[in-house]
Design a protein around this ligand. Structure first.
Ligand code: ZN
Length: 116
């Protein structure tokens, strides 16, 4: 059976500053983050790999409710995109067959995590 990845894109707004960095990003500022959650699997009886609605509900409940409109330094010691992407993977891995997490901090900068 062919294997496909299925991706849904989310957005959230949050503030942060980096504690182990010297430069502009050590000052308090905000981002409109873009989060791409990809799951992987084979096409099922219903001709779907994964229901987009279910994916949306899980990510909203487990991730967006925790991060959207928050100050990320209250949750993470040093909230870099890398740290947040790994945390997202850890929150979702029980519920989803994850393929990849992409977290965009700006329109030109993103990190990718595949669980290793
Ligand atoms: Zn930043």
């Amino acid at each position: 059976m062919p294997q496909l990845s299925v991706t849904k894109i989310f957005e959230f707004a949050a503030s942060h500053f980096l504690t182990k960095y010297h430069g502009k990003c050590e000052n308090l500022h905000g981002h409109n983050y873009k989060l791409e959650v990809s799951v992987i699997g084979e096409i099922g009886e219903d001709d779907l790999v994964f229901d987009f609605v279910e994916l949306k509900n899980i990510v909203k409940e487990k991730i967006l409710s925790q991060l959207d409109h928050t100050h990320l330094n209250e949750k993470f010691e040093n909230p870099s995109a890398e740290v947040i992407a790994v945390w997202v993977w850890e929150q979702l891995k029980e519920d989803l067959d994850l393929h990849e997490i992409k977290l965009w901090e700006t329109s030109t900068c993103f990190v990718t995590y595949r669980g290793k």
